[in-house]
Design a protein around this ligand. Sequence first.
Ligand SMILES: Cc1cc2nc3c(=O)[nH]c(=O)nc-3n(C[C@H](O)[C@H](O)[C@H](O)COP(=O)(O)OP(=O)(O)OC[C@H]3O[C@@H](n4cnc5c(N)ncnc54)[C@H](O)[C@@H]3O)c2cc1C
Length: 409
Amino acid sequence: MTKEFDFDVVIIGAGPAGSVAGAKFIQEGFSVLVLEKMDFPRFVIGESLLPQSMDYLEKVGLLECVEKQKFQVKTGVTFYHNDDVCDFLFKDRFSEGWDYTYQVKRVDFDFALIKEVERKGVNVRFNAEVKSVKTSKKEQYILFRDEKGDEQTVKSRFVIDASGYGRVLPKMFKLEEPAVTIPRGSIYCHVNDHKRTHKAGNNIFVHAFNDNSSWIWSIPFSDRTASVGVVGNVDFINECSDNSEKGFKELIKSFPGLEGRFNDTEFIFEPKKILNYSISVKEMHGDGYALCGNSTEFLDPIFSSGVTLAIVSGYNAASLAIEEMNGQSVDWENDYVDVLKQGIDVFRSYVDAWYNGDLHTIFFTQNGNPEFKRQICSVLAGYVWDKSNPFVQKHKRILGTLAKVISMS
Ligand SMILES: Cc1cc2nc3c(=O)[nH]c(=O)nc-3n(C[C@H](O)[C@H](O)[C@H](O)COP(=O)(O)OP(=O)(O)OC[C@H]3O[C@@H](n4cnc5c(N)ncnc54)[C@H](O)[C@@H]3O)c2cc1C
């Protein structure tokens, strides 16, 4: 008798969303194939995690393999604007959860996750690019080009699209929608970081400039290198990517807020540029499939939310697909879309308040309320589903109102 399905689930993409989904399925005894178009390890940007991601890595048994990598521990975020400084330490957060997380080179992090998932029993094929997908309530057909260039089709009960910036199903099924934000971009690089101070080793550093329209990050890694990047409007990023004195390398070397940390640094690779990364979708699920991670929506890198949202959505999508395959009825809109949107929308309010200046007013006030700070700290740690936190519950209005009150006082 022939088997009706090749696998219970096919996952497109071996980034954090795909690995976490794969780990969840295998935990529950489902057979899984991950198709990844690149050869791993591979570079991708998105290197500063949030404590909330640790809860989910632990749930699916992926924390140990991350801990073994000896990544740089991250205990908080430091925001700068001119001479003003505002530190958030995750240990002071309002919500229950983790005090720390990691700053990771994704080349190592993503590889460690997918290798562990493979060790647990997931079939993983690198150099396997998904070319077309046919979905229906009962059976899914996934055509991919394998490492030899041959086309193959697999049949599964469910498909998870975790293809990140590849956005396989959103493009194929015409689900893409423009993001409601002004087009921004980023230019970034890895550099040597021998002059780092102890404090700079534990926090991500974010420094606003150009009237809050641009900011610079520095993310320290455990091998005394760092990721440095600039985010801003597309025109400004294009200007930064030329080789003149206004260019990225000169900016990094001379940026006042970096206090000479990188003034004679070595650039480990030529700066890379990414433009117009913010994007949304009309639907996050359909018959036989669900989207997760960057395949759904990507807002902005300012609060390092991308990998955390990828991990949480990978976990949630897999959990619901398992229920469905077990014959239970699933309300995807309520239990998946609304939950994910809740988290995305909280971050959206903070992203908007960052660029419109409200958060600068709140962060850099001299007489900030310590309880409010703890509650905002929870959001910055990724605990955006904790509705007992007023800065989550009332996220749409509270930042604007608080900024107004501070400005008037
Ligand atoms: C400038 C910038 C800075 C950022 N900084 C941060 C940060 O500090 N912290 C943070 O959390 N997030 C950050 N992000 C966001 C982060 O990059 C993403 O949110 C995260 O990588 C999404 O993970 P994912 O698993 O959804 O997708 P990815 O990590 O992109 O993985 C998707 C995988 O799918 C594969 N794939 C694509 N197409 C196909 C196909 N046709 N067939 C098979 N495989 C395919 C790809 O090769 C890739 O390996 C940043 C983003 C930008 C633009």
